[in-house]
Write a protein that binds this ligand. Structure first.
Ligand code: HEM
Ligand SMILES: [Cu+2]
Length: 559
């Protein structure tokens, strides 16, 4: 690309930001440019658009399940179809929506936030995206054959050739392989970029908190993914080549799968939640008009959460026949995670405390994140205590818990990030009224859907059942939950409408509509291919504040 650039002088909307735009030579067809792109911003958009489609698919699967469960003795969906639906839904949401959606935001914003012109390895970056897309296509091709039905956890013997003879399960394995390679390449790229390409003056104590979170996310991926890849390879050979890693009749053990899977699977939860934490840490100080409280504590707690999360996996095996001392040890490590998480939450609250709060939509979603994530954390503390887990495991209490952490944590975080960064990515503002309306629908709908599932769980409703009898007494609560899921969907639909409308008709954003702190706001919206003409020297945690102050001092103001 570098050989075919033409330069032009381009003055940004704001007089102080003069960026010489380098336009890569374009081919006749726009879509060919997109397919061949190695620009981190375009790759970021490709990720965000692709994963939004997968979110819709996962959402449709969820709604089909909620429809089936809305009334007792319903026969809308067969037992087999229900198994396929929760397997597709869980797998889609985790591997094809949340994790790669966050990778999309990281792709777009990490280079901009550290003042770099691209990722360290732009071509590898493109490869990551295409591998992910290939994985998603292979997985969804099973809709035309037989989709997998052993759950997103694919425990043997459920996932063995005897109980899951269809190729759907092998497609699931292939999906995991492809996303593992994609994410591993991406993670190495992020580490290289963050370590070597920061702007002059950006010492480690001036690295934005979102970038810290992506560093932690990448390190976790690099440690956890090879284990996942190994485990699914063993499952593949067990299913197809007669090995017996997980088959007791051949000397193997199903518990080996559970250990390997959760050694990866629990860090995966933090792989999802840490970048959402990072987004919240960017949004809160901007809209509280205050410097983040406890920067070092938040950055340290991010790394600590990543570290501890590698030593908690056994809490998923509390109901296996294992020595109590092992349960006790893992209970302690699991409870330990609450400390750095609490540190973050108190620091966010302290940042908001006595701030001059700007009540804009990104802050709404950040506040929504705080409240639902805290509830998910609290039920996590309940479940960490193994005798409690013995009562609640595999009930709707667990379904409620992990939707509060995964959906509450990741989706509210992503929505906060989307509303915050949309002006930068598109050059246009979202409609605030519509954004706030969608927030209230999502917040209400989410809580109506999932809060009541805690009591369903306490009443004994097991997860992964396709129907229940009228005599169970679970009918009303399930109906409320299903009704809530429609409110939630309506809210999400409103977000989509807002995005699509604003792309064309939104108010022009300008380079820095929020008066924010970090370097992505030092360039046009959307940024030119080369990101920055001049890379400023960073002198504090909030370089944009310094730049604005300097311009005011020199009489050029930021009007
Ligand atoms: C759009 C709102 C959502 C609704 C209405 C919803 C609903 C459901 C339902 C009905 C189940 C099956 C419960 C069972 O029978 O055991 C389920 C399972 C699950 N959901 Fe969601 N969900 C939503 C969003 C999400 C999101 C955003 C994530 C992840 C980030 C997620 C992750 C999961 C996982 C991991 C499972 C377990 C699948 C399994 O048992 O193998 N869900 N969800
Ligand atoms: Cu866990």
């Amino acid at each position: 690309m570098s050989a075919t650039v033409e330069t032009s002088t381009h003055v940004a909307q704001s007089p102080e930001l003069v960026t010489r735009e380098i336009r890569p030579k374009r081919s006749k067809h726009e879509w060919i440019d997109w397919m061949l792109t190695v620009d981190h911003k375009r790759i970021g958009i490709l990720y965000i658009v692709t994963t939004s489609v997968f979110f819709v698919l996962g959402g449709v699967e969820a709604m089909m399940m909620r429809l089936q469960l809305g009334v007792a003795n319903n026969s809308l969906i067969s037992p087999d179809q229900y198994n396929q639906l929760f397997t597709m839904h869980g797998t889609t949401m985790l591997f094809l929506f949340v994790a790669p959606m966050l990778a999309g935001f990281a792709n777009y914003f990490v280079p901009l936030m550290i003042g770099a012109r691209d990722m360290a390895f732009p071509k590898l970056n493109a490869l990551s995206y295409w591998l992910l897309l290939a994985g998603g296509l292979v997985f969804y091709a099973t809709l035309f054959f037989t989709p997998p039905e052993a759950g997103w956890t694919s425990y043997p013997p459920l996932s063995s050739a005897i109980y899951s003879p269809s190729g759907g399960q092998d497609a699931w394995i292939f999906l995991i392989h492809l996303t593992c390679v994609a994410s591993l390449i991406g993670a190495i790229n992020f580490v290289a970029t963050i370590v070597t390409m920061r702007a002059p003056g950006m010492t480690w104590s001036r690295v934005p908190l979102f970038v810290w979170s992506i560093l932690a996310y990448s390190i976790l991926l690099i440690i956890a993914l090879p284990v996942a890849a190994a485990a699914v390879t063993m499952l593949l050979t067990d299913r197809n080549f007669g090995t017996g890693f997980f088959d007791p009749t051949l000397g193997g053990s199903p518990l080996l799968w559970q250990n390997l899977f959760w050694f990866f699977g629990h860090p995966e939860v933090y792989i999802i939640v840490l970048p959402a934490f990072g987004m919240i840490s960017e949004v809160i100080p901007v809209f509280a008009r205050k410097q983040i409280f406890g920067y070092k504590a938040i950055a340290t707690s991010t790394m600590l959460i990543a570290l501890i999360s590698m030593f908690v996996w056994f809490h998923h095996l509390y109901t296996t026949p294992s020595p109590t001392i092992v349960f006790a040890l893992f209970m302690v490590t699991t409870l330990l995670v609450a400390i750095p998480t609490g540190v973050k939450i108190f620091n966010w609250l302290a940042t908001l405390w006595k701030g001059s709060i700007v009540t804009a939509s990104p802050l709404y979603f950040a506040a929504g994140f705080l409240s639902v994530f805290v509830l998910g954390g609290v039920t996590g503390i309940f479940l960490a205590v193994f005798p409690v887990d013995w009562q609640l495991q595999d009930t709707y209490f667990v379904v409620a818990h992990f939707h509060y952490t995964l959906m509450g944590g990741a989706v509210f975080g992503i929505l906060a990030g989307l509303h915050y960064w949309f002006p930068k990515m598109s050059g246009r503002m979202l409609n605030e009224k519509l954004a706030k309306a969608s927030f209230w629908l999502i917040f209400a709908g989410f809580n109506i859907t999932f809060l009541i599932q805690h009591s369903l769980g306490l009443e004994g409703m097991p997860r992964r059942i396709y129907e229940y009898g009228a005599s169970t007494g679970w009918q009303t609560e399930n109906l409320i939950s299903t009704a809530g899921s429609f409110v939630l969907s309506l809210g999400l639909l409103l977000v989509a409408i807002n995005v699509l409308r604003s792309l064309k008709n939104g108010a022009v954003a300008g380079p820095d509509p929020w008066k924010a702190n970090t370097l992505e706001w030092f360039t046009q919206s959307p940024p030119p291919a080369n990101n920055f003409d001049v890379i400023p020297t960073v002198r504090s945690l909030e370089p944009m504040k310094d730049i604005r102050a300097e311009l005011e001092g020199s009489g050029r103001g930021d009007s």
